[in-house]
Design a protein around this ligand. Structure first.
Ligand SMILES: Nc1ncnc2c1ncn2[C@@H]1O[C@H](COP(=O)(O)OP(=O)(O)O)[C@@H](O)[C@H]1O
Ligand SMILES: O=c1ccn([C@@H]2O[C@H](COP(=O)(O)OP(=O)(O)O)[C@@H](O)[C@H]2O)c(=O)[nH]1
Ligand SMILES: [Mg+2]
Length: 191
């Protein structure tokens, strides 16, 4: 059984930043669904490159079969990890049901880390992220925020009803956010 923590929050809430630090210090392997999709988009011979780029630009969500296979392959490639940080997934109902179908019984879902941050702050961060992403522009960000509000937040609420959500306010400086996140991991791994 793989230990899994889902890391969710609006675009720019700091998921990637916090996951990198947790990976560094706590031995979890960071798997960003967005990074895996961008790598697949660039892979020579991929049949999904154009489809992935369309979804990324439009802030819509790639069919789960593609994303989930990338995640499972990455997990198999690091099977000795303490656990996995699944960053930016599941983002909608299709993601959640596809994951349950493909991964149910293979994973121990520890909790959902919810990085909460006001949308205006998040958008500003994305516009200054400086990674040259094709979706860090005002038009794409509008759509990404809409997708987050309509499709992803309900998934967080779903996990909330199961008592699985650990919310950390990520509007604060990274070091403060990180300290609270470590407390969440410590508590979860004491059980
Ligand atoms: N707590 C924070 N305070 C200020 N800036 C932050 C914070 N966390 C992340 N950032 C910056 O905001 C941008 C988006 O962060 P990132 O980790 O890529 O977010 P996400 O993966 O949720 O989209 C990056 O430029 C990052 O350096
Ligand atoms: O499970 C996922 C994760 C990401 N994406 C796509 O990839 C984009 C960027 O995702 P990422 O997590 O990198 O963005 P972030 O929230 O970190 O800014 C999203 O807007 C989606 O179009 C997707 O389709 N499925
Ligand atoms: Mg990210």
């Amino acid at each position: 059984m793989y230990n899994v923590v889902f890391v969710l929050g609006p675009p720019g809430s700091g998921k990637g930043t916090i996951c990198a630090q947790i990976q560094e210090n706590l031995g979890y392997v960071h798997l960003s669904a967005g990074d895996l999709l961008r790598a697949e988009r660039e892979r020579v011979g991929s049949q999904f490159g154009a489809l992935i780029e369309n979804h990324i630009k439009n802030g819509s969500i790639v069919p789960v079969e593609i994303t989930c296979s990338l995640l499972e392959n990455a997990m198999i490639a690091s099977k000795d990890a303490n656990g996995f940080l699944i960053d930016g997934f599941p983002r909608n109902e299709d993601n959640l049901s596809g994951w349950n179908k493909q991964m149910g019984g293979k994973v121990n879902e520890q909790f959902v880390l919810f990085l909460s941050c006001p949308v205006d702050v998040c958008i500003d961060r994305c516009l200054h992220r400086g990674q040259g992403r094709t979706d860090d522009n005002v038009d794409s960000l509008k759509k990404r925020v809409e997708t987050y509000n309509h499709s992803t937040f309900p998934i967080i609420e779903h996990f909330g009803k199961l008592g699985m959500v650990r919310e950390v306010n990520s509007e604060r400086p990274v070091a403060e956010v990180y300290n609270d996140v470590v407390e969440v991991f410590t508590a979860a791994n004491q059980k």
